[in-house]
Ligand binder design. Structure first.
Ligand code: NI
Length: 181
């Protein structure tokens, strides 16, 4: 196990445009292990390499299990995306509540494209693609934004819909059962 500390909003390293991965050797495998350990330790829905200070286009999400931070979300299988590309399949947008491990204790209402196709390399460098909608599409857009230095508050059109989990009304979607993270 190598749990890394997660950078918080305000750290300039979260604002960089990350570099493409070109080497699929032991360095990358070690980074992936650290990311998986770190995400599991904090019940993250996803994690991007810049969040642990690595300037590389690497994202992980999903655990194949229910996530206590998003109790109403569907289960997503554990996925590694290297050098991901996101294509919008439908211009319709859905607004829902999101959190981020780099913005601890808060949730905000963020518009995201409802339906996307994403293409990426896996841990061995093989390209694959998937279509996703709803929460799955939201997670991919959120994590891939990290690779371009974008945090979810930068996508919010209405800052009144942003707050601390322990202060937001309990009826707010996805917030009711949360434990403050
Ligand atoms: Ni995030």
């Amino acid at each position: 196990m190598a749990i890394q500390s997660i950078l918080k909003m305000g750290d300039p390293r979260l604002l960089r445009i990350s570099r493409p991965v070109t080497e699929f050797g032991e360095g990358l495998q070690s980074l992936l292990r650290d990311m998986l350990d770190t995400m599991a330790a904090v019940d993250g829905a996803g994690l991007a390499a810049p969040q642990i200070g690595e300037d590389l286009r690497v994202v992980i999400f999903g655990s194949g299990k229910p996530n206590p931070r998003y109790p109403n979300a569907p289960i997503i299988e554990q996925t590694v995306l290297i050098n991901p590309e996101v294509e919008v399949l439908d211009s319709s947008v859905e607004t829902d509540w999101e959190g981020c491990l780099s913005v601890p204790g808060m949730r905000g209402s963020v518009p995201r494209f409802q339906k996307i196709r994403y293409r990426a390399q896996d841990a061995n460098g093989l390209w694959f693609e998937r279509e996703a909608s709803g929460f799955h599409a939201r997670v991919v857009q959120h994590e891939c934004d990290h690779l371009d230095g974008i945090l979810y508050p930068m996508r919010m059109p209405d800052m009144s819909q942003w707050g601390f989990v322990d202060a937001l009304p309990k009826g707010v979607s996805g917030v009711a059962q949360l434990t403050g993270r």
